[in-house]
Ligand binder design. Structure first.
Ligand code: URA
Length: 245
């Protein structure tokens, strides 16, 4: 494939994403106005259908808009759509991978064993769960706890973008490989890249290990604590206490 064809492919994919986002009521907040204008009617491109207005102004309206979601195959086995919870004006947003069984049962993110460890980490930062926002890349529990698949991530990610643009946090912390790869780059290696600042929608993002990984490899807690201290420094939070155990 020539470089010209490759670029044409990338532009076509970006237009498809813009169209999809528009269909579900999003106005692609991750695009600069210049790039959006190009995708709308760049040279040699047919104009896209005009945009409607975004049908939500708040997280609760967005949750209502997502509703009893049937946009991907995860709807078949899940009990609850796990939207996310916390402060709608949080300075810090944690993004996990997908709800587990406990989360599917309760409809709340990170309430199982890994969730209790995340709660300890948040407390060690001098914060409470109510002061941050906690959500996932996909909002429905994958059967058998498997990794979410590419089409499921692609379908659900616009809702995370919408959450982030409503909350406007100062920092995002991605938990685990799937979250970091979905938000930053598929080539990201969590063992190599955790602890290095990245960005999502122009917001500083710190990739770190998933709490479920820490349950299996408690020796990695020290690295997560280093990453968390980096976040605290960025947010100007003082007096960290080390996570015990
Ligand atoms: N693991 C996740 O990634 N998210 C949850 O909500 C629970 C466990």
């Amino acid at each position: 494939m020539s470089a010209r064809e490759e670029i044409a492919d990338i532009v076509a994919a970006a237009r498809r994403q813009l169209l999809y986002d528009r269909e579900i009521g999003l106005e692609a907040p991750y695009l600069s106005s210049r790039n959006r204008a190009y995708l709308e009617r760049g040279p040699h491109l047919n104009p896209l259908p005009s945009s409607g207005s975004v049908p939500y102004q708040s997280l609760s309206e967005l949750e209502h808009f997502i509703g009893d979601c049937h946009r991907c195959k995860l709807c078949k086995g899940r009990k609850h759509v796990v939207f996310g919870e916390g402060d709608p004006r949080a300075r810090l947003v944690f993004v996990g991978e997908a709800p587990g069984m406990d989360e599917d049962q309760t409809g709340r993110p990170f309430v199982g064993q890994a969730g209790r460890l995340l709660t300890d980490i948040i407390r060690a930062m001098g914060l409470t769960r109510d002061e941050v926002y906690i959500c996932n890349i996909v909002k429905c529990h994958p059967p058998g706890n498997r990794d979410p698949e590419a089409d499921e991530i692609e379908t659900c990610l616009p809702f995370l973008r919408a959450q982030i643009s409503l909350i406007q946090p100062e920092v995002i912390c991605s938990l685990g490989r799937i979250s970091a790869q979905s938000l930053v780059d598929k080539s990201l290696k969590i063992t190599r890249d955790r602890g290095r600042w990245c960005s999502f929608m122009g917001i500083p993002l710190m990739p770190t290990y998933h709490p479920a990984y820490l349950l299996r490899y408690p020796q990695a807690k020290r690295q997560v604590w280093e990453d968390v201290q980096g976040i605290m420094k960025e947010l100007g939070l003082a007096n960290p206490r080390e996570v015990q155990g």
